[in-house]
Ligand binder design. Structure first.
Ligand code: SF4
Ligand code: SF4
Length: 296
């Protein structure tokens, strides 16, 4: 006798996916065109047809912590060919957004990030934090505002003092890394548990060595955007995405170099325009702006 499966639809999840951009998911009539059209869908366990039915039935446990959802890079080939206009590419993007909300802390901020109407509140939060910390610093006698920069610092617009920036940005950085690491750990554990349930692995726990080896194998694919280039509908997105990716890597390197220069080697700015790290910063900044505009 075939195994029975009790379907317990999560209506809240269906509404969440619709709100996050998957509003057409109920149009799907399971023809499987999308799974055939997807250039990266594996033959043995194709997607996104199965994800479409799971989303329209509200099977949250099958989608949150589902690794296949993260293979998709929203090229749009499946959406173009879907005869019902169910937009499977957008539905998978909505499931990914719901996954991020599920594993993020605090969830309320993650929900705000996915809602353009909440953007003003999100922008106001750091402004209020800077204001409150700045006033507290002022009360204890630390002069963090310098509206009349002089000498070497004239060109730097150095009007927000180091104290204010460091007191806020250093804990924010470590807080963000900690929250990201915890969310990622929970996500990977759930993904592994799903893989065990589906019989893809018999290892009860993630093997750290195998995990790192697998991660290293994916690096060339990511850096060359190999899978992106297999799309036909939106292949040009690959260039814009690559510009944004490499600009973030460049800016990360620049930030760390200048952090080390100032705090470890005590080499204060301003730095010369011919400094190669500055060049990297300028090129990365330009690439980020152009890549971001192209993506939008
Ligand atoms: S999303 Fe579209 S193409 Fe895919 S199974 Fe549903 S109706 Fe068919
Ligand atoms: S959007 Fe592209 S990668 Fe994602 S499921 Fe559709 S065809 Fe595949």
């Amino acid at each position: 006798m075939a195994d029975s499966y009790l379907v317990e639809p999560d209506v809240g999840f269906i509404m969440e996916v619709s709100r996050l951009g998957g509003a057409d998911l109920k149009k799907c009539f399971q023809c499987a065109t999308c799974a055939v059209a997807c250039p990266i869908s594996p033959d043995t366990k194709p997607f996104p047809r199965k994800e479409m039915i799971a989303a329209s039935w509200g099977l949250k446990d099958r989608l949150i912590g589902n690794g296949d959802v993260w293979l998709c890079h929203n090229c749009g080939d499946c959406s173009t060919l879907c005869p019902r206009g169910a937009q499977p590419g957008d539905v998978l993007a909505a499931v990914r957004a719901a996954t991020v909300i599920e594993y993020a802390t605090p969830k309320v901020v993650a929900k705000m990030v996915s809602d353009p109407k909440k953007l003003p509140i999100l922008l106001a939060i750091p402004a209020v934090i800077f204001l409150v910390v700045g006033l507290l610093l002022k009360m204890v006698g630390v002069n963090w505002l310098n509206f009349a920069p002089t000498g070497d610092h004239l060109w730097q617009a150095d009007y927000i003092g180091n104290y204010l920036v460091d007191i806020i940005m250093i804990p924010t950085f470590f807080g963000a890394v900690g929250v990201f690491a915890l969310g990622l750990k929970r996500f990977l554990c759930d993904m592994h548990a799903n893989a065990v349930k589906e019989g893809k692995t018999d290892k009860e726990k993630i093997d750290p060595v195998g995990f790192v080896q697998a991660l290293i194998k994916t690096v060339p694919t990511i850096l060359t955007h190999q899978k992106f280039n297999e799309c036909s509908e939106n292949r040009d997105r690959s260039t814009a995405h690559m510009m944004v990716l490499f600009s973030f890597i460049g800016l990360f390197i620049v930030t760390n170099c200048f952090f080390a220069a100032e705090w470890i080697f005590h080499i204060d700015g301003p730095y010369r325009q011919i400094n190669p790290v500055k060049w990297l910063g300028n090129i990365s900044g330009i690439a980020l702006v152009i890549g971001g505009i192209l993506l939008l």
